[in-house]
Design a protein around this ligand. Structure first.
Ligand code: GBH
Length: 499
């Protein structure tokens, strides 16, 4: 069309509108707008370019759970009590005085629940083993029925082509270790953990190839032995917490070695750490460098000592002489080489700016209006996923990582026909996965992602009042209902891209 022709067309069109405006020719106006519409619709149909946000080929998708949060059957087949049984049975510790006696009853329903994983098109699953099912009492004699449960569970996963990733410790310490040694306050507990790991290696190491030793040191230590709001409810001063942290990272190292020496196959071992995450407040070169320096320091007691085999000077200086008891030999054990590092990422912990001070960085406060999910601790900042993984690669040269947890706590409203439109969870996921894809597209070696959690479950001190699942659980009937986010996640897993 020449300019002249198109000007003429426009004039015709304007004339029609003018007439239409007088109410004289309504018909041509409608016809004209319809054909204009068709043009636009045709463009929509033909010109679609899909977003290019694929994850690397062979990227793995799965979900995660933990024994005490889902299994129930707390007295069955010779299981001993753990500190979370004791803690949750004490009135006032948990919202609504809920407990994990029954939870999702996965001990009995695991075959059906594995079908749910299949329905999501996922190929990996992260679960934890209940230590007190395996060693129920101080006798040191393993409980065969407990081992058999995990044999059945693992065999069922494998039969469904789902690769099991087992966590040895997701906070449910056998009660007798708490009673006898004050739990993680003693190195006896670290040794006991090594023996437990050896037993798991012997019994499952022929079929489970991937292990995480310990889940989230920071949470169960700072909250269980510091503020005392988690089991076992101990409140120690900072000066004494250092030893508890050391005993736990030592246990991790002992377990790495025990798993390797006792498994029939060449098993791969890592940990699942909710590292403290330093995010550069503005992504300038200076701030990024400063956030790397911060990152090493704020993880001094866990990830840094595990990956470097030494505590930072600043961390050591924070204790008075003899407050921390450890040997060089222990540091070697703690830093036993790993096959991969698992990261639980929900929110950033520090916003960082470069500074001309002795630390080399400054911590910027989170604004009061910083957005969160329904859990007030869960600041919504998807870039945490990018910076957590990029920092771990850049600082410690880690060449294989998994996101062992990430998920949103939402208010899930059920419609009359049992549908849950958890669109905030979908938005959360899309934004976090976009940042993860940003990382992998730059070559950050993240190999897989586990959504927390497969289904709603016992959310520690929040009981059943806080929900993270892709499946809703009706705790009266134990029926599972897929939320809209289950659909979303299935699309992600199927297409291997942000959807
Ligand atoms: C993970 O912790 C856990 O590994 C998992 O078991 C848990 O279900 C999941 O996240 C969701 O919470 O209640 O205000 O005292 C993530 C880190 C640390 C977040 C403890 C909640 C309690 C805050 N968690 N924190 S509060």
């Amino acid at each position: 069309m020449t300019n002249k022709e198109s000007n003429e067309k426009r004039r015709d069109f304007l004339k029609k509108i003018a007439l239409g405006g007088l109410g004289l020719t309504t018909l041509p106006l409608i016809m004209s707008s319809k054909s204009e519409d068709e043009k636009s619709l045709k463009k929509i149909k033909n010109d679609l370019i899909l977003p290019d946000n694929k994850f690397p080929k062979d990227f793995l998708w799965g979900t995660a759970t933990a024994a005490y949060q889902v299994e129930g059957a707390y007295k069955e087949d010779g299981r001993g009590l753990s500190i979370w049984d004791t803690f949750s049975h004490k009135k006032g510790n948990i919202v609504n005085n809920d407990n994990g006696d029954v939870a999702c009853d996965m001990y009995h329903s695991f075959k059906d629940d594995i079908k749910l994983m299949k329905d999501l098109n996922t190929t990996i699953f992260r679960f934890s083993i209940s230590w007190s099912r395996i060693f129920p009492d101080a006798s040191g004699k393993p409980n065969q029925k407990g081992i058999d449960f995990y044999n059945r569970f693992v065999d069922e996963l494998l039969a469904n082509d789902i690769r099991p990733f087992a966590t040895l410790y997701h906070w449910d310490l056998p009660q007798y270790l708490q009673d006898k040694y004050k739990g993680w306050e003693s190195k006896e507990t670290s040794k006991a953990f090594g023996e437990y790991a050896a037993c798991i290696g012997k019994n499952l190491g022929d079929r489970v190839n991937d292990f995480f030793t310990i889940n989230e040191f920071r949470t169960f230590i700072e909250m269980g032995y510091g503020s005392g709001v988690f089991a076992p409810g101990t409140k120690l001063p900072e000066e004494k917490l250092g030893q508890v942290r050391h005993n736990a990272v030592l246990a991790h190292g002992l377990a790495v070695q025990a798993l390797r020496t006792n498994s029939k196959n060449k098993v791969r071992v890592g940990l699942a750490d909710n590292l403290s995450i330093a995010v550069p407040v503005v992504e300038t070169r200076e701030n990024i460098k400063a956030s790397q320096i911060a990152m090493r320091e704020i993880n001094a007691s866990y990830l840094t000592v595990i990956l470097e085999g030494k505590y930072t000077e600043k961390y050591l200086k924070s204790f008075s002489t003899n407050a921390l008891k450890y040997t060089d030999e222990e540091l070697k054990i703690i830093s036993s080489p790993l096959d991969f590092v698992g990261l639980n990422v929900y929110n950033p912990t520090h916003l960082i700016e470069a500074a001309d001070n002795k630390d080399g960085y400054k911590v910027i406060p989170f604004a009061k209006s910083f957005p969160t999910t329904t859990s007030k601790w869960e600041l919504i900042a998807p870039e945490a996923l990018y910076w957590a993984t990029k920092h771990v690669k850049d600082i410690w040269n880690v060449n294989e990582m998994y996101i062992t947890e990430n998920g949103s706590s939402s208010i899930d409203e059920k419609t009359a026909d049992n549908k849950i439109y958890d669109t905030d969870r979908i938005s959360f996921l899309r934004n976090y996965l976009t940042q993860l894809q940003r990382a992998t597209s730059e070559g950050v070696p993240v190999k897989g992602y586990f959504y927390w959690s497969l289904m709603d479950n016992f959310e520690w001190t929040s009981g059943y009042s806080v929900t993270f699942g892709l499946y809703n659980v009706d705790f009266k009937t134990q029926r599972r209902y897929p939320k809209m986010s289950a659909n979303y996640f299935k699309e992600v897993a199927t297409n291997n891209k942000v959807m």
